[in-house]
Design a protein around this ligand. Structure first.
Ligand code: A3P
Length: 243
């Protein structure tokens, strides 16, 4: 495997060539009417939401109880910035196609200044938040809410997607998309993946809210809170840093 990639600005956003080599195709992507698009900033729960949507559509539920009228739906998953940073930092350590994260102290600054791959978390979460208010076809979901009450959030998703699973089906989706269950299935799926070095840090790491408390010093936390307040002051978007 080649060296860790360098980052550069691409259309104003920090990127690596792994994500821009195919840019024409990405730019020309057109969703089909029955596609469901999942969007997230890295480490917000992309894999988790993908598994839930996959279970909802390709498990038993859709065939039995869905309306046929899915059209252009988008699900956005947002996660609090402190846990994103911790998760992303460990991901950058273990993923050979991500840039080297460097020291943790500097990582917080890179996060705040949009230097991590995919750019500014602040722009991402706020941009989608604004869009979700004008387009009812975007469902804005929080990782923390999924952790707090996955059954409630899956029900909300089902309403959005026009699905009406019965209690047994819901329980099955919950079981299959629980952290431990997914950790087992991901271990198999990733066993031949040579981009990830799970001996450095597992992909399914902890899956909790509040792990940032094990990484931020008191001073780092205070400095980050100050920066966060400034950058989010215009927005009514609120994150739970613990549950
Ligand atoms: P941690 O590193 O904090 O454990 P993404 O898929 O966007 O890369 O996000 C990965 C993060 O989502 C990881 O966070 C991972 O553990 C967490 N995650 C994935 N599946 C999960 C699940 N079923 N329940 C809780 N967290 C999950």
């Amino acid at each position: 495997m080649a060296q860790k990639p360098r980052t550069f600005k691409f259309e104003g956003v920090t990127m690596t060539h792994y994500f821009t080599d195919n840019w024409e195709k990405v730019k020309n992507f057109k969703a089909k009417p029955d596609d469901v698009v999942i969007a997230t900033y890295p480490k917000a729960g992309t894999t988790w939401m993908s598994e839930i949507v996959d279970q909802l559509f390709f498990g038993e539920i859709r065939r039995e109880s869905s309306s046929p009228s899915i059209f252009d739906r988008m699900i956005y998953v947002a996660r609090n910035p402190k846990d994103i940073m911790v998760s992303y930092y460990h991901f950058d350590r273990m993923n050979k196609i991500q840039p080297d994260p460097g020291a943790w102290e500097e990582y917080i600054d890179k996060f705040n200044t949009g230097q991590l791959v995919f750019g500014s978390w602040y722009d991402h979460v706020q941009g989608w938040w604004e869009k979700s208010r004008s387009y009812s076809r975007i469902c804005y979901v929080f990782f923390e809410d999924m952790r707090e009450d996955p059954a409630r959030e899956i029900s909300r998703l089902c309403s959005f997607l026009g699905l009406s699973p019965n209690e047994t089906q819901k329980k099955e989706v919950l079981r299959k998309t629980g952290f431990e269950e997914m950790k087992k299935s991901m271990a198999d799926a990733l066993s031949n993946n040579d981009e990830f070095d799970e001996s450095v840090s597992p992909f399914m790491r902890k899956g909790i809210v509040g792990d940032w408390k094990n990484h931020f010093t008191v001073a780092q936390n205070e400095a980050f809170n100050e920066e966060y307040r400034k950058k989010m002051k215009e927005s009514d978007l609120k994150f739970k840093m613990e549950i």
